[in-house]
Write a new protein. Structure first.
Length: 177
């Protein structure tokens, strides 16, 4: 199955696009939509956002019941905020896909389908697991453009996915790289 302008199968490709808060993922999604435009008939773009796992506290973590209740409130607030961020990121990505479908209009007899998945956990492993679970034909993700030292200290989600994904991975460099 070709990735560019080649003929897709009757069901189309399943293109998993990892999205986050960064401009790099928006750039990667835009690149993906414009690059795969000629073969979008029947394709499904799956937008995947991975929220970090909420912090967990046990009774042993708190010195008193008040501390535990405070920790629960903080944890709930962090989780609420994480959900709000996920909703905002996914909404922005969906709007880009909707605009793309409108632009294609009459040039495309089958509009591209869009699915949204939000998962919780370590982004590196979740993205690879979801690519496999969802039967992705390709994983598209942006590069934050970390230099050697930052990548060595922080690790790189795209590097991890490149090495561990079961499907092809396309890393779209940021506009600044």
């Amino acid at each position: 199955m070709g990735l560019g302008g080649g003929m897709a199968s009757s069901e189309g490709r399943r293109i998993l696009v990892a999205v986050d808060e960064g401009d790099e993922s928006v750039h990667a999604l835009r690149w993906c939509l414009s690059t795969f435009a000629a073969a979008a008939r029947g394709d499904t773009v799956i937008l995947l956002y991975v929220r970090p796992a909420p912090p967990t506290y046990s009774v042993l973590d708190a010195s008193a019941a008040v501390g535990y209740l405070f920790a629960e409130e903080v944890s709930a607030a962090i989780d609420r905020y994480s959900r709000e961020v996920a909703d905002a990121v996914v909404e922005k990505a969906q709007k880009l896909c909707t605009l793309y479908n409108k632009e294609m209009g009459e040039n495309n007899d089958h509009e591209m389908k869009v699915e949204v998945k939000v998962a919780v956990g370590d982004a590196r492993s979740i993205i690879c697991q979801m690519a496999d679970k969802l039967g992705a034909d390709i994983l598209v993700m942006g590069s934050h453009g970390y230099g050697f030292f930052k990548r060595a200290l922080l690790g790189s989600v795209s590097d991890y996915c490149l090495r561990n994904s079961t499907c092809p991975v396309l890393i779209v460099k940021s506009q600044h790289e």
